[in-house]
Design a binder for this molecule. Structure first.
Ligand code: NAD
Length: 493
C-alpha cells in the first residue's frame, strides 16, 4: 500500500450465517488501470504462444481446477450459499466448456482461405479471428464459476489476456480461479483479478480493455454499456431472464414437473435461466399442478442437507416478497409457500396460480424459489404469452409430438425440449439472450468469436486483366464489367 493513498476494503459474508468469510481491497480506478496495463504486456506474450501452447496451458488449468474442486466448491458454498453438490455440478459443467474452448480455438479462429469471387479471381483471400489484447470480464455471484468461465475460457483460448472483476459476493471464488491459472501460467499476469464493488467494475469499463464481457442484471448492464460507450469499447451482455416452461397436452407430466421444480427452485431460484413462469395446456393443467405441488413439497431451503440454500443478497428478499404480495393482492393463490415463507434469508418454495399476466411476478425477474403457473387453451396462447416478455434468454418445452414446432416459435437465445437448460450445458452450442436478456454469445464457436475481431487479408497473385480500381481503367473494361453485371445479376427476378 502506498503511503498517503486511500485504501478501503470490503467483506464477503456467508449468507447462511452472516459470518464474514473474506476481506478484499476495493480497488480504485488507478489500480484497475495498472492491472490492465500489465495485462497488455502479458497479452503480447500469450498471443504469441500460439493455439497449441495455449491449449496445453488451458488443459493444465482445467486439471488444477478439477483437482481442487472440493476446495473450490466449499468457497462457492460459503460465499453465496448453494449446496456443495450443486457447486460441484457447476464446476463440472464449466470444465466441459473450458476443454471445448481450448481444443477448438484453432479450428474456429485460425486463418482460412475463402473464395475471392469472379471479379477478384486474381486475389488470394483469407480470414482469421484475432484477439483484442486485453478483455475485461465482470461476473455475477449466482454461478460464480460457470458464468464467468463462459467468458474467461473463451477469451483466453482466443489469445486474450483477461482482467476479471468477480462479484463482490463471490470474490474468493474469482481469486481462487486466477490463482489456479497462475500456477500453470506463472510467467506473466495473463489472467488477473481486480476486486471491488460497482466502482471497480465501472473503472474496468473505462480502462484500456478491448472488450467487456459482462454477466449480471439488465439494470447494471445498461450502466456498463454507458461507461463502455465513452471509449467505444464493445460489450457482451449476458443479462437477466424470465424464462418459461411450456407443457403441451401430450407431455410427460412427471418429467415436466420434475424439470419445473429443479428449474424453478434449484440455486434458490437465483439462476438467469431459472424457470419462473409455467404455461400448461388446459386439458392437463389440473394433473400437472397436482404433480408439481407434490414434487415441490419435498424441497425446502435451509442449511445442512437441504436441497436449496439461502437467498444470497438481502435486498433480493424484498423483491421476492413484493412479487408474491402483489400477485396475491391481485387475485393469485399460493398453492405452496406464500408471503409467510419470506421472512428470513431462507425463502421456502412458493407456487402461485391465477396470477395476472401484467403483475410483477410474471413480468419482472424474481430471482427466488417461486413459480407462476398458468392455464392456456392451446400452444398458440402459450407461445404468445412466453414471447410477451421483454426478457428472452431461454425456454423449456415439454411435448411429445410438437416439441420442435413449439420451440421454433419461441423468441429466445436457446430452447430445450423435454429437458431443462440442456442447451446451456452443451459446449458446441451458443448461450445468450435477446431483448432485455442481452446480446452476444458465450460457448461454442460463437463464444470464441465473441472475444476476437475478424481480420480479412488479400494478396494479389497476378495482375488482373480486368484492372478495376485504377484511373487507367479503359472503356473496354467498363463494357466487360457492364456485360458481366447483366449476366451475373441482371437475370434474377
Ligand atoms: P449485478 O448486475 O448486481 O452485478 C454483476 C456485476 O456487475 C458485479 O460484479 C458487480 O460488482 C458489477 N457492477 C455493478 N455495478 C456496476 C457498474 N456500474 N459498472 C460495472 N460493473 C458493475 O448482478 P448480480 O446480482 O451479481 O447477478 C445476478 C444477475 O445476473 C441476474 O439478473 C441474473 O439473471 C444475471 N445473470 C445472467 C446470466 C446470463 O448468462 N445471461 C448468468 C448469470 C447471471
Amino acid at each position: 500500500m502506498t503511503a498517503g493513498r486511500e485504501f478501503s476494503t470490503f467483506e464477503v459474508y456467508d449468507p447462511a450465517t452472516g459470518r464474514a468469510v473474506g476481506s478484499y481491497p476495493a480497488q480504485s480506478a488507478a489500480d484497475v488501470d495498472a492491472t490492465v496495463a500489465a495485462a497488455h504486456d502479458a497479452s503480447a506474450w500469450w498471443g504469441a504462444l500460439g493455439f497449441a501452447e495455449r491449449r496445453r496451458r488451458l488443459d493444465a488449468w482445467r486439471g488444477e481446477i478439477a483437482r481442487g474442486r472440493a476446495e473450490l466448491a466449499e468457497i462457492i458454498h460459503t460465499e453465496m450459499g448453494k449446496p456443495i453438490s450443486d457447486a460441484k455440478l457447476e464446476i463440472a459443467m464449466a470444465l466441459e466448456h473450458l476443454k471445448w474452448a481450448a481444443g477448438n480455438a484453432e479450428s474456429v479462429l485460425g486463418r482460412r482461405s475463402v473464395s475471392p469471387g469472379l471479379l477478384a479471381i486474381n486475389q488470394e483471400a483469407t480470414v482469421e479471428y484475432r484477439p483484442f489484447g486485453v478483455v475485461g470480464v465482470i461476473g455475477p455471484w449466482n454461478y460464480p464459476v460457470f458464468t464467468p468461465m463462459g467468458s474467461l475460457s473463451f477469451a483466453l483460448a482466443a489469445g486474450n489476456a483477461v482482467v476479471f472483476k468477480p462479484s463482490e459476493y463471490a470474490t474468493g471464488t474469482g481469486v481462487w480461479l486466477a490463482d489456479a491459472f497462475a500456477a500453470v501460467v506463472p510467467e506473466h499476469p495473463v489472467l488477473s483479478v481486480v476486486t471491488g464493488l460497482a466502482e471497480t467494475g465501472a473503472a474496468l469499463c473505462r480502462s484500456a480493455v478491448g472488450k467487456i464481457g459482462f454477466t449480471g442484471s439488465t439494470a447494471t448492464g445498461k450502466r456498463v454499456m454507458a461507461a463502455c460507450a465513452e471509449n467505444l469499447t464493445p460489450v457482451l451482455m449476458e443479462c437477466g431472464g424470465k424464462d418459461a416452461l411450456i407443457v403441451d397436452v401430450d407431455a410427460d407430466l412427471d418429467a415436466a414437473a420434475d424439470a419445473a421444480v429443479w428449474g424453478g427452485l434449484s440455486n434458490a431460484g437465483q439462476t438467469c435461466l431459472a424457470v419462473e413462469r409455467v404455461y400448461v395446456h388446459a386439458d392437463v393443467y389440473d394433473r400437472f399442478v397436482a404433480t408439481l405441488v407434490a414434487a415441490a413439497r419435498g424441497i425446502s431451503a435451509g442449511g445442512g442437507d437441504s436441497k436449496i440454500g439461502p437467498i444470497t443478497m438481502l435486498e433480493q428478499i424484498e423483491v421476492i416478497r413484493r412479487h408474491i404480495d402483489d400477485a396475491i393482492s391481485r387475485g393469485a393463490t399460493a398453492l405452496l409457500g406464500g408471503p409467510q415463507t419470506v421472512d428470513r434469508q431462507f425463502v421456502q418454495p412458493t407456487i402461485l396460480v391465477d396470477v395476472p399476466e401484467d403483475s410483477a411476478a410474471v413480468t419482472e425477474e424474481t430471482f427466488g424459489p417461486t413459480l407462476t403457473v398458468a392455464k392456456v387453451r392451446d400452444m398458440d396462447e402459450a407461445i404468445e404469452r412466453v414471447n410477451a416478455s421483454e426478457y428472452a434468454l431461454g425456454a423449456t418445452v415439454f411435448a411429445r409430438r410438437n416439441g420442435r414446432r413449439i420451440a421454433d416459435r419461441i423468441r429466445a437465445g436457446g430452447t430445450s425440449i423435454n429437458a431443462f437448460v440442456a442447451h446451456a450445458t452443451i459446449p458446441t452450442l451458443p448461450l445468450g439472450g435477446v431483448g432485455s436478456s442481452g446480446f452476444g454469445r458465450v460457448h461454442g464457436p460463437d463464444g470464441l468469436k465473441e472475444f476476437t475481431y475478424a481480420k480479412a487479408t488479400t494478396r494479389q497473385r497476378f495482375a488482373s486483366p480486368l484492372a478495376l480500381t485504377t484511373f487507367a481503367r479503359s472503356a473496354a473494361i467498363d463494357t466487360v464489367v457492364d456485360r458481366l453485371v447483366a449476366v451475373l445479376h441482371g437475370r434474377t427476378r
